[in-house]
Ligand binder design. Structure first.
Ligand SMILES: [Zn+2]
Length: 143
């Protein structure tokens, strides 16, 4: 049974770039299946709840209870870096973290230009920006 890879959630302003999996594979050339972040989250939540129920009951986890067949690297990354809608800080961190301490290269330069452009947009449209910030629903979730 092929391993499924998790499609990396993109930053909302970067939807024009090629998509990748959480483990870094180009989405166009992924061997096996792919699942969305939402599908991963559902499978991981269900599996974790099942494992915890056995742990709470101090029972051995039956051999039939297996972790969903999802790439280990994808699982780790998706578990630590939720989607933009769930936690934008962590999602942005995921993208910025790939550049390391000394960002270099075309993608790092593009990210710098994007962040400067967003800051400039906020400055140029201060009232509209402040109104948007005030009306944002705090759907932010710590997980
Ligand atoms: Zn993967």
């Amino acid at each position: 049974m092929p391993v499924a890879h998790v499609i990396r959630a993109v930053l909302p302003w970067r939807t024009d770039l090629p998509e990748h999996t959480e483990c870094g594979r180009d989405l166009a050339n992924v061997p096996g299946d792919t699942i969305t972040y939402a599908e991963f989250h559902e499978a991981a939540t269900e599996y974790t709840a099942l494992v915890r129920s056995y742990q709470r009951a101090k029972m051995k986890i039956p051999a039939l209870v297996r972790r969903p067949n999802i790439c280990k690297t994808c699982w780790d990354k998706a578990a630590h870096y939720p989607s933009w809608d769930r936690n934008p800080i962590r999602r942005l961190w995921r993208h910025l973290d790939q550049f390391g301490y000394f960002p270099a290269g075309r993608d790092a330069e593009r990210m710098c230009r994007e962040l400067w452009a967003m800051a400039r947009l906020a400055t140029r449209h201060r009232n509209e920006f402040n109104a948007l910030v005030a009306e944002m629903d705090l759907g932010y979730q710590r997980d």
